[in-house]
Design a binder for this molecule. Sequence first.
Ligand SMILES: [Zn+2]
Ligand SMILES: [Zn+2]
Length: 702
Amino acid sequence: MNGKDLIGTHYLPPFEIGDALQRTEYTYRVLDAEYVEKDNTGCVHTAPGFGPDDYDTGKRYGLIPFCPVNEAGRFTDAFPMMEGKKVRTTNDDVIAYLKEKGLLYNTSKIKHRYGHCWRCKTPIIYRNTRQWFIDVPKVKDKMLSEIDRVKWVPDWAGSGREKNWVDGARDWCISRQRFWGIPLPVWECSCGAKKVVGQYEELKEGEGYTEGMDTHRPWIDKVTFKCPKCGKTMHRVPDVLDVWFDSGVASWADLGYPHKKDEFEKWWPPRFIVEAHDQTRGWFYTQLAAGVVSFDRAPYDEVMMHGWMLDSKGRKMSKSLGNVVTPEEVIEQYGADSLRYYMIMANAPWEDTSFQKLGPKDAWKVLNTYWNVVNFASMYMVLDSFDPAAHTLENMKASLSNEDRWMLSRTEKMKMAVTEALETRELHKVARALTDYIMEDLSRWYLHLVRDRSWDEESTDAKTAAYFTLYRAIMSVAVAMAPICPHITDRVYSAMGGSKLTVHMEDWQKGDASLIDEDIEHSMALVQKINAVVASEREKMGSKKRWPLNAVYIHGTDASVNDAVKVFNDILAQQVNIKKIGYLGAGEKAPIDVEPVDFGEGELFIDPTVTPEIEAEGWGRDLIRAIQQMRKNMKLNVEEFIFCDVKAEDHLVELFKIWQEHICGEVRAKQITYTDAPAGERVEDLEINGKVITVGVSSSKI
Ligand SMILES: [Zn+2]
Ligand SMILES: [Zn+2]
């Protein structure tokens, strides 16, 4: 026999139920339902008074829900044989009863899924109760068209998720049987009449209302109305509203609407809201439904949906898993700005992020690099009494070098990239644009280039131009990064003499297109590329880092490439550390017999010959670096002069003497003495290229 052949079959109920159960055509008959699985008997008992699935099935067949269980979980007098007993304690009574009646076929324990309270894990009972609903299907079409009107970030948060949810939305139950909460403003009479109070003004007409009273429970329940139909007393429905209803009306309730209008007219509707992706069924939805019911529109124009911060393995952080990382511990270690910067940078805002321990540390490195740039710049600016207020772009223009112009161009591009990413809400791109700018353009490249200018003794125009450019870069970062890292940016802004009370009062900077110079950027990009290519070749050749290369020959794919590189010829020579740069035109051959190396827009040839001059310069540079390290270890001020004693084998001393003047200048030595017994505040045996050199350093102040 097939299951469907049973549909409609009558059966005798095992229990005696009184008249409280209203019988209809399909009471005590076999019905069909899609959710019944064929495991076990393939039959389940349907009780429309105890659960949504059963309720729906009952509704299809016209069954009237019967629920002889009260709020305390005890049977009521509608089921006399168990009256007063707790539902979950009657299993033995039921079995005993069936046995006695000869109706028990078998008894055993089975495991099955059961609903539990999500918070305290208590097993729960579904009960059919009287509730209040918003008829969402009635406004569904308008809700769907509002989803189309609103801008969603990302787009699929609206066109996919929210639409799917609203499409399948059912009635929204807004009543709760609680004490705390907004009282449901409905009064009822025993004759069936209802009164909905929409305003305080109407409430004042009620019996028992006193001016200034607390309109929550229990006081509100003392307010009654006279029934306009029958004259009896109307009492408030004891329910309160679902807190999700509160959240749904928050946008105008918060402004005091409808009893106050001015703030509402000024601010409503909010343009933009932001919440996590779990709010598709929550706040995004409740606001949409409440807004369409009340104002025929969504109470927002743009929704930004963000992801969750998960643990490193992508699991939800929870106390029971013991995988919670608190913001406090990260802030303690790396600071609040680092945590904020990491969270913005790690992922697109709408993606979940698996928290990586090293993430905030990487963010800290970026901020620390910025901090170091600021330190370096301000130190020299103070030394040279640079006054940022005394210079404008207009009066600086003539003094700007090509690398200054390059930096200004990069700075404006950074502002544009940051602005664009903010407009599209791709916040991770804001952080990434800032990171590239700080780490590469500003610290690794520009600061490196202007370092030599800062050492110049005289305050030249070129130096001022560098300070001007550097200052502009630092302040531009402060403004662009302020929304993400409010603390460090404000500190820098104030310390560098920002004109407003705080960086957060500055105007936003969209970037000045007139300062963008694509040709110069192309030239510098070529130099950077060649620098990287030569560095990696040198490493392969095993050539010493600080020893200059004899020559590099550039052979661009066409003359314009060579010309573009030539713009920064000196910088290339200095950064790559080359004695001579040659440029090869079309058809020209390199004067040396080495393999060409590709640099993207052409090829280059490296001459690895070590001449006596190169050897001298190489040793000189190595000594400079060693002494500078000693200065650092001694914590000498940058402007402080020193005396140096050096002991080395004769051949090296001869080489150092060739570079004597340069070495003195670089390490700020008033004098270098070659002696067999170096003395000084600090004396170190330095191992350089396999030779031991002893150096003594003293501050000239002593
Ligand atoms: Zn609970
Ligand atoms: Zn009445």
